[in-house]
Design a protein around this ligand. Structure first.
Ligand code: ATP
Ligand code: MG
Length: 366
């Protein structure tokens, strides 16, 4: 049902408009003064107002000004109905006051019907879109909750598998055959991979529902990089890749939540290792700028085709570049990294060309 409010100090004008616009699915409210119009508009759910301009006491412009200043009524579209000559100054005033159209008295039946129908159609489409949007964001929220709950509930049993397989490897390995030890190693490797994946999915769910809590404090970035490079150096060496640091002597203190920034650094370095071939070099560089610092991870890997750069930082998106030794790839690391860096008020960028290596950099405010 479309609710139309007709405002005119002369009742016969109201009836004439009403009879022109009469249709199923339309309900008419009538007001013979600005004051009455305000009362009705605040109380009812009005879809469209046809507003006379010249009325005693409060004129149409004043009434609209009040309607537009209140959040309850400021979105109601208004058509001014005026006998004032078509002087453009009035038209402009009405439009500035928030009218979306004009009708001039004596009104033309066809034009009036067409304008009202068009505006109501537009409003109903807008309402439908809003309802769909609301539904979509509700479903999205539900999906995030489900994702978060599933990942959370999987983490504990998986943690048990990891701890227990570690325990058997440490304590009972002398009682196991070589083949059994190999199987246990595989159980541990797969569980570690799954744990990483589950932690990433938990991050996605937190990010999507706006629950990523980042608390940046002044942090020694030189130290953060040095103490996190060890494991990656080991993994790089296993692939015959050299991992080097280029870090200035002077201490650089930036605002960082260290566990999250470590996660970003690890994502970038582990990508560089994952997508590079043996015999290449990876450089982690720290630079100081006047009010921020930049951490760059520079590799000599395959580079990324230009037309695929746009999808790098999106959730679950991978490019045509494949890992060089069959390492797993989910397409979450960079999207999570971008959210983390942006939550630090920094930026993350990529500079890459097919065949010419890639440089991923992120900045942190100091
Ligand atoms: N240093 C790089 N060199 C070449 N391609 C890269 C590099 N880093 C990322 N990519 C490309 O970007 C894609 C997305 O990277 P991202 O880190 O988001 O996901 P992933 O490494 O595939 O999986 P995950 O990080 O979730 O384990 C990768 O699949 C790869 O195609
Ligand atoms: Mg990655």
């Amino acid at each position: 049902m479309d609710n139309i409010l007709i405002v005119d100090d002369r009742e016969e004008n109201i009836f004439s408009l009403e009879s022109m616009l009469e249709k199923d699915e339309r309900f008419f409210f009538r007001a013979t003064s600005g004051n009455d119009a305000l009362k009705i508009a605040f109380k009812e759910n009005i879809d469209l107002i046809l507003m006379d301009v010249q009325m005693p006491e409060m004129d149409g412009f004043e009434t609209v000004e009040i309607l537009k200043s209140n959040p309850r009524t400021n979105k109601i579209p208004i058509i001014f109905v005026t006998a004032i000559n078509k002087d453009s100054k009035y038209v402009v005033k009405g439009l500035q006051d928030g009218a979306i159209d004009y009708l001039f008295k004596p009104v033309d039946i066809d034009i009036t019907r067409a304008k009202v129908s068009n505006i109501l159609l537009m409003i109903n489409q807008k309402k439908e879109l809003e309802a769909k949007n609301e539904e979509l964001s509700r479903l999205n929220q539900e999906k995030n909750q489900l994702l978060g709950m599933a990942a959370h509930d999987l983490r504990n049993p998986l943690g048990n598998i990891l701890v227990l397989s570690d325990f058997i490897i440490d304590e009972a390995s002398d009682k196991l055959s070589g083949e059994e030890k190999g199987f246990l190693g595989m159980i541990k490797q797969s569980s570690t991979y799954m744990m990483g994946l589950i932690n990433n999915i938990l991050d996605v769910s937190k990010i999507e529902s706006g629950k990523l809590e980042i608390k940046p404090v002044p942090t020694d970035i030189n130290q953060l990089i040095k103490s996190n490079i060890g494991l990656n150096k080991y993994l790089a060496n296993k692939k015959d890749i050299t991992l080097e640091l280029e870090i200035p002597e002077e201490e650089i203190n930036a605002m960082a939540d260290s566990s999250y920034i470590e996660q970003v650094l690890n994502n970038l370095v582990s990508n560089a290792i994952k997508f590079s071939l043996g015999g290449t070099k990876i450089m982690v560089r720290l630079e100081k700028m006047p009010d921020h610092c930049i951490v760059s991870v520079i590799d000599e890997g395959p580079g990324i085709p230009e037309n695929e750069l746009g999808k790098l930082f999106k959730f679950f998106s991978r490019t045509s570049v494949q890992s060089t030794q069959g390492e797993h790839s989910t397409g979450l690391g960079l999207a999570i990294s971008r959210k983390i860096v942006e939550a630090h008020c920094g930026t993350i960028t990529v500079n890459s060309k097919k065949g010419a290596g890639s440089t991923f950099s992120f900045s942190l405010p100091m």
